[in-house]
Design a binder for this molecule. Structure first.
Ligand code: ZN
Length: 199
């Protein structure tokens, strides 16, 4: 929420404001005295508005600048906000939008900025939130599928192991019952089977 001092025609303010590289904190912000208040005239946002005052999404154009400061700002420093007016008369604040969001690796360079009204900007960030939720859900589903498959594999292995064990048990019994006591091969197999059963 902003506290408004005064509104101005677009061109008057475009002639005053200057672009300032977003990441450059060493340059002191510049202010001018305008109608009794100090107003900031340098920012990255201003550069974006100097480039275009039209929302890239809905095409709404800025209609005026206003010198404003946050309701919670106790300093005497104002800045310019750009506003468009919708057909129903509602004012819409304009913003500097990151074409590729910073959260997705987008830069703070001028090339990554565009003019967007706050309504479209809110919609864009909601869409990004939804995309992230979709992605998380897809991952969750994938993980569930993998868990299911690994459980199935585990069960198949267990069953396989049990059936092999049963077969070996049968062979062991048959050998014990029928093998010739002097048959070395049979005795060796029995020894091996005993070892295997011990495990
Ligand atoms: Zn818009």
């Amino acid at each position: 929420m902003y506290q408004r001092h005064k509104i101005y025609p677009i061109q008057q303010i475009l002639d005053i404001i200057e672009y300032k590289y977003a990441g450059c904190y060493s340059n002191k912000k510049k202010y001018i005295e305008l109608d009794g208040v100090k107003v900031k005239i340098t920012s990255a946002r201003y550069g974006v508005f100097k480039n275009s005052i039209k929302c890239v999404c809905c095409g709404l154009e800025g209609s005026f600048f206003a010198s404003e400061k946050s309701l919670y700002d106790n300093t005497d420093k104002y800045h310019f906000n750009l506003y468009g007016v919708k057909n129903n008369g509602d004012e819409v604040l304009f913003t500097k939008d990151h074409i590729i969001p910073v959260s997705k690796g987008g830069s703070n360079n001028f090339e990554n900025f565009q003019t967007m009204c706050s309504e479209c900007n809110n919609e864009k960030s909601n869409n990004i939130d939804n995309n992230i939720h979709d992605m998380i859900n897809r991952y969750k589903n994938n993980i569930n599928d993998i868990k299911k498959e690994s459980n199935e594999l585990n069960n198949r292995l267990k069953n396989h192991y049990l059936s092999v064990n049963n077969k070996l048990e049968k062979i062991y019994k048959l050998l014990k019952q029928y093998a010739n006591k002097n048959d070395e091969t049979a005795i060796n197999i029995l020894k091996q089977l005993n070892k295997y059963k011990g495990k």
